[in-house]
Design a protein around this ligand. Structure first.
Ligand code: ZN
Ligand code: ZN
Length: 355
């Protein structure tokens, strides 16, 4: 079923940067939600991309061959509405997750009673779940840079180095290796800071034997990499070694549950069961994984509240963790391609402790 059938519409108005890039190939981001750099009108046979005259040649140079670029000045709503109606569209989908209420009001008044505006919900996002070959190539390239930058960071880390210095080193490696930028802000969390899944690197100095969680992702052609490793300087404390093995076991259990047709919840459960058996389920503070692509967090999501079903062609992270307030934590994250009978691990960064 294509996106028009699943959404029950005959055209789409695309205003968010992610789906605009997905449908057009144009890399522009938006400065603010109410000021989209470009707007698209997509039908089963046409892809129109509207941009200001300032950005039009940029848009045209990056847009795929089947995309027609059109200039716009002033408000986009009257122009896009006029074109949509002249194409005879009757049910026009819009991105209700990203279109501001005021912008929608303007669009609705321009459309009037000539057509229905239909909220798309997650139908467009759902079409991005199964990756195309060119998307997979970009994700693989982002992961290769991420793995290489991690390898360099693991060699560079020293006792007494502060978190921010290590994070900046990683970001510099991304640039040197050809990354477009970061998929997200690099996380370096040492010692007690490793108990916070989303720690912002600061001036804390890394000590011997304590956990250092590094979560990092390069970006290629807009596609995200994502990698977490927990490492240490010198020998790990006994508590760190024990927790590390437990998290690695949980990750293996999750891997074993992955295949096309599997419930995302069951993969999360498989990892969770390992912690439950160890009496530490409450130290897992997040779902066990998420898909990635043009966005770092996409559906399907691996969590107990997820109703997603995995499909061949999904690209998901598997990242169980344990977080002990006041002490620290361990997270290990790989990215895998879901196949019909299992998965292919796309992450090559080494794990320590012989994993
Ligand atoms: Zn991550
Ligand atoms: Zn992740």
């Amino acid at each position: 079923m294509n996106v028009f059938e699943s959404a029950g519409v005959d055209g789409l108005i695309i205003t968010g940067a992610t789906n605009r890039r997905y449908f057009s190939g144009w890399s522009a981001s938006d400065h603010a939600p109410d000021r989209p750099t470009g707007v698209m009108l997509v039908t089963p046979t046409q892809r129109l991309l509207y941009a200001s005259s300032t950005n039009l040649s940029w848009a045209a140079s990056e847009a795929r061959p089947d995309v027609e670029t059109r200039p716009i000045s002033g408000l986009w709503q009257p122009v896009v509405a006029r074109d949509a109606l002249s194409l005879g569209l009757k049910r026009i989908g819009f991105e209700d997750a990203v279109l501001p209420v005021a912008s929608h009001r303007e669009l609705a008044s321009a459309i009037g009673s000539a057509a229905d505006l239909v909220p798309l919900g997650d139908t467009v996002d759902a079409t991005r779940r199964v990756k195309q070959q060119h998307e997979l190539a970009s994700i693989r390239a982002a992961l290769a840079i991420t793995d290489e930058a991690f390898g360099r960071a693991a060699t560079y880390i020293r006792e007494g180095m502060n978190e921010r210095a290590l994070a900046m080193f990683i970001d510099q490696q991304f640039r040197d290796l050809g990354s477009d930028g970061n998929a997200f802000e690099t996380i370096v969390a040492s010692g007690p800071n490793a108990a916070k899944p989303h720690h912002t690197p600061g001036d804390r100095e890394i000590g011997v034997g304590e956990p250092v969680i590094i979560d990092m992702g390069a970006r290629v052609d807009g596609y995200c990499g994502d990698l977490t490793r927990t490492i240490w300087v010198g020998q790990p404390t006994e508590q760190l070694g024990t927790m590390y093995h437990l998290v690695a076991d949980a990750q293996r259990a999750a891997f074993a549950a992955i295949k096309g047709g599997a419930e995302a919840r069951a993969v999360d459960r498989a990892a969770r069961d390992v912690f439950q058996a160890a009496g530490t389920e409450e130290l897992l503070l997040h779902g066990v994984g998420h898909a990635l692509g043009l966005r770092i967090h996409e559906s399907p999501f691996l969590s107990q509240s997820s109703s997603d079903v995995l499909e061949h062609g999904n690209v998901i992270t598997v990242e169980p963790g344990q977080y002990q307030a006041g002490w620290g934590g361990v997270r290990i994250e790989d990215v895998v391609l879901v196949t019909s009978d299992g998965y292919e691990n796309l992450t090559a960064a080494p794990k320590l402790l012989g994993e």
